[in-house]
Design a protein around this ligand. Structure first.
Ligand code: ARG
Length: 570
């Protein structure tokens, strides 16, 4: 079903085209009419004619089926009011549509690189955004009908593994596993680091161990696997707590690309792109300079013969294009790595590994800040573990539920507290325009009022409670007369979901969908304040129940593609 927005927009487009200049109309819902159209002004500019005159011409050319009135306002806005019968047929079609008007796109294969914590290191707030944003984009893409291949590019290779393996041996395997399995990854890492700095013999052993690891010594590889597997098991627990869809099968870490790195160097060399600089093998992609204006190298192989982070990223690009056959590659990676990834993509393009048809983009995000607006740290100045954040949110949700006088207890109460905690954390992250920083303020994030996850969950539960009280299900064939202004506003909000969803996904900006959902919840509140539902009768009651039903379904759908549950009761 073509959305109402798209129907109107394409009619306007045809009317614009009838004037024979390319210009795009834009539409938004408006207080004065149902929709307001924009774009006449730029069209008039191109034509060199007065906006009013052009607006008249557009109206003349417009297919007005389903339109009750078109008014020209101000310097060339068009105020469009739809026939109520048109809205009625739209809403009735929506009720029968499990996808609530969101069409399936042409299937694409989308590889999403997200989360990517490091083995034997804690998952902290720095990984929160990549994990939460990446998972929302994965869910939205899946719902849009695309095939998503998640790639959890964990840091599981490199020189630190020498010291980590030696530390594991010092502790004894059982003790090491015990430490890691309770999630004390940072403790383990730090102890290894302290010994490495202080103890020359340990340092020597660690270096030898790196060599053994790189040359594939079986016992060393076995010990390395212990570290990797314990870490992945721990990450999986965190993902479960956050309700993130990543599984151990999605883990394709840096080490996976080891065997492909020689090929990367060989092919870059064959393409004449490799330059030796201070003993390292580099590519200098045009357009990248340091502060002094010198060309900037992407180091592919270091002077000690080791391959760097860039080499595995280049191998990953090739793997994703050639083996996974990606149509689209998204890298949900923070702002500090913008230059790194831009250079990787530029080199891949130079080498001919990244065809034009593949959309390849870094989904950049800003920092999580503390209330002091500095990088978010614990009181002791440590980076905060992700599990700690979630557990604190769950505790807080418990308190709030008690304050609100919940009648749940036991597992049901815990489950609800978890759902609320996750909603608070995820929504606060997703509803911020991702390039911006945001302040981690649990109190604000978990409040039932304001633009928060729990508020939207509560809005949904409140609608559901109407049906519980009604004691019956939604009437199958309600008609929408939309006599009250608040009903009409709500109806227009309901019809706007497909556009909000696709704009949000196309721009890779989950906050747009959040904004839509928050607006919808507010429209519902105004409606519910103005229009009694259960105490009205006959066709009016049916109509209002049907509006409630659509609202609940949309909130639930919108939250679910963001990775947020919509509990029935709160
Ligand atoms: N493991 C890296 C980190 O913790 C992030 C990896 C991002 N993905 C990539 N393909 N480079 O910073």
């Amino acid at each position: 079903m073509t959305s109402t927005y798209e129907t109107l927009r394409s009619r306007l487009q045809s009317a614009f085209n009838a004037l024979e200049v390319g210009a795009d109309p834009a539409l938004r819902t408006s207080d004065r009419s149902d929709y307001q159209a924009n774009g006449v002004m730029s069209l008039a500019k191109r034509l060199g004619r007065p906006p009013r005159e052009v607006a008249d011409a557009v109206v003349q050319a417009l297919d007005v089926e389903g339109l009750a009135s078109v008014e020209i306002a101000g310097p060339g806005f068009l105020n469009l009011t739809l026939e109520t019968s048109f809205l009625d047929s739209r809403l009735r079609a929506l009720r029968g549509d499990a996808r609530l008007g969101i069409e399936m796109g042409v299937e694409r294969r989308v590889v999403i690189d997200y989360s990517a914590p490091n083995v034997a290191k804690e998952m902290h707030v720095g990984h929160l955004r990549s994990t939460v944003i990446g998972d929302a984009l994965a869910r939205m893409n899946r719902f849009a009908g695309h095939e998503v291949i998640a790639r959890n590019h964990v840091g599981d290779w490199g020189t630190p593994f020498g010291m980590l393996i030696e530390h594991l041996l010092d502790l004894g395997e059982d003790q090491a596993v015990a430490t890691l399995s309770i999630g004390d990854l940072d403790g383990f890492y730090k102890e290894a680091r302290v010994k490495f700095e202080a103890d020359d013999a340990f340092k020597g052993r660690s270096r030898a161990r790196v060599v053994a690891l790189q040359s594939g010594d079986p016992e060393t590889l076995r010990l390395w696997h212990v570290l990797v597997n314990e870490s992945i098991a721990y990450f999986s627990e965190v993902y479960a707590k956050l309700d993130v869809t990543l599984t151990p099968d999605d883990v394709v870490g840096e080490s996976y690309y080891n065997d492909l790195l020689e090929g990367v160097v060989h092919d870059l060399d064959a393409a004449g792109l490799l330059v030796e600089s201070e003993g390292a093998l580099c590519v200098f992609p045009p357009g990248f300079q340091n502060r002094e204006g010198q060309p900037l190298p992407l180091i592919v192989q270091k002077s000690d013969d080791g391959f760097g982070y860039a080499a595995s990223d280049l191998a990953a690009v090739r793997d994703r294009v050639n083996v996974l056959r990606a149509d689209e590659m998204l890298y949900v990676v923070g702002a500090p790595q913008v230059q790194h990834l831009e250079m990787v993509f530029a080199v891949a393009r130079l080498a001919g590994w990244l065809p034009e048809r593949v959309r390849c983009e870094q989904v950049v995000f800003g920092n999580v800040l503390g209330k002091d607006h500095k990088m978010f740290k614990s009181r002791e100045g440590q980076s905060v573990k992700l599990v700690t954040l979630i557990d604190e949110a769950i505790e807080r949700a418990y308190v709030i539920l008690d304050e609100r006088g919940t009648d749940l207890d036991g597992d049901a109460k815990f489950h609800l507290a978890e759902q609320i905690a996750r909603a608070a954390i995820k929504y606060a992250d997703l509803s911020t325009e991702r390039q911006h920083d945001y302040v981690f303020d649990l109190e604000r994030m978990i409040a039932f009022e304001g633009d928060t996850g729990p508020y939207l969950q509560y809005a949904h539960a409140r609608v559901r409670s109407i049906f519980r009280r009604a004691g019956d299900d939604t009437p199958p064939d309600a008609h929408f007369a939309l006599a009250e202004a608040a009903e009409r506003e709500l109806a227009l909000g309901l019809l706007a979901l497909p556009e909000a969803f696709s704009a949000s996904l196309a721009a890779l900006q989950p906050h747009r969908l959040c904004t839509y959902l928050f607006d919808l919840a507010q429209r519902f509140t105004s409606f519910y304040d103005a229009c009694p539902v259960l105490s009205s009768e006959g066709a009016l009651r049916d109509e209002r129940l049907a509006l409630c039903d659509l609202t609940a379904r949309m909130l639930r759908l919108g939250l679910s593609v963001l990775g947020i549950d919509a509990p029935e009761q709160m």
